[in-house]
Design a protein around this ligand. Structure first.
Ligand code: ADE
Ligand code: ZN
Length: 340
């Protein structure tokens, strides 16, 4: 039965809604860019770097993640990074992707926002034209930095809003609650941007409440810890807010200690609108299909549950209604023709 479900999950057209482009920087490309840009890395080679990918919490990962992205300096680097992710996710039958990037981390190294967006966008449009993939681009604010820094970044983004669909909030969650960015997000809404925020990954349910009530998010990234609060769970179900869950990330960052105990089945049973995503695939052991494999193997999800997750990925996406309907019809057609 597992093999039937695994094959179905691989084959189904999927949307990915939670993926940090900088988190898709594989060690091979990192070293190639380091050589190209004369940046020195504190690891002898790709293997030594991979050995360092042992994290006890989110912060330990973030320290390595910010260090790794220091090789990204030119427009071409951002193109190469984005294109590599798109090729891999196309291989996993991801037909729509909504990707994050962390502009403040690159601005701090003197990389202009325009270079970042030009490179990323060129790869995204190339994938649209050549691989038939659709996309949305999400500019994420780093929550460990100040409100002032977020406002400065927002100001810099104004000339590029035709290429930015929404904003997110990521980085060190504990001690940096959503309420810190209420005024920034209010302005984002006024600018017509869609809004999401990481909440309830390591942070308490209170941060999820704040993301909903104070940032007025259109969805929640992670949200695992919402389950600790019955009223919050009820609200999420009632509002049909999408949660972008990332199983391999949760395991590697010790949000869960055993994949067999991942809360995904409980979340689905409670009626939460959950999707599966890879978060930082180069660091956490795999892309979209690897996440499906992990949950099918460890949690014994049924084919119908897999189809539900995939449908949620499209209905929870920022595609328009016609695009959603088309994608859902494709899902139905693959599901209907999948032979045992
Ligand atoms: N930035 C990249 N990945 C992240 C994660 N899982 N949580 C918070 N910030 C991130
Ligand atoms: Zn994330």
């Amino acid at each position: 039965m597992d093999s039937f479900t695994l094959a179905l999950a691989e084959k189904l057209p999927k949307a990915e809604l939670h993926m940090h482009l900088e988190g898709s920087l594989e060690p091979e490309l990192m070293f190639l860019l380091a050589r190209r840009n004369n940046v020195s890395l504190p690891y002898e080679n790709e293997e030594a770097l991979r050995q360092a990918y042992q994290f006890n919490n989110l912060q330990e990962f973030l320290d390595i993640y910010y260090n790794g992205m220091s090789v990204l300096l030119t427009e071409q680097d951002f193109y190469d990074l984005t294109w590599a992710y798109l090729e891999r996710s196309h291989h996993d039958n991801v037909i729509h992707t909504e990707v994050f990037f962390d502009p403040q981390a690159h601005l701090a190294r003197g990389v202009a926002l325009e270079s970042q967006i030009n490179g990323i966008y060129r790869a995204l449009t190339h994938a649209q034209e050549n691989l038939g993939m659709s996309f949305r681009l999400i500019m994420s604010f780093l929550r460990h930095l100040s409100e002032e820094s977020a406002f400065e970044t927002q100001e810099l983004a104004l000339p590029h809003l035709d290429r930015i669909d929404g904003v997110g909030l990521d980085s060190s969650e504990l001690g940096h609650p959503p309420e810190k960015f209420v005024r920034v997000f209010k302005k984002c809404h006024e600018l017509g941007l869609l809004v999401t925020a990481h909440a309830g990954e390591e942070g308490p349910p209170e941060y999820v409440w704040q993301a909903i009530n104070q940032l007025n998010v259109h969805r929640i990234d992670h949200g695992n810890r919402a389950l600790e609060d019955a009223d919050l769970t009820t609200l999420l179900v009632e509002k049909e807010l999408t949660l972008t869950v990332c199983p391999l990330s949760n395991k590697r960052l010790r949000v869960v200690d055993d994949m067999k105990k991942h809360p995904l089945p409980e979340m689905m049973a409670k009626g939460l609108k959950v999707t599966l995503n890879s978060d930082d695939p180069a660091y956490f052991g795999g892309y979209m299909n690897a996440n499906f494999h992990a949950i099918i193997k460890n949690l014994g999800l049924s084919p119908a549950q897999v189809v539900q997750l995939v449908k949620n990925s499209f209905t929870g996406s920022w595609l328009n209604d016609d695009e959603k309907a088309q994608a859902l019809a494709q899902v139905e057609s693959v599901w209907a023709s999948h032979d045992p």
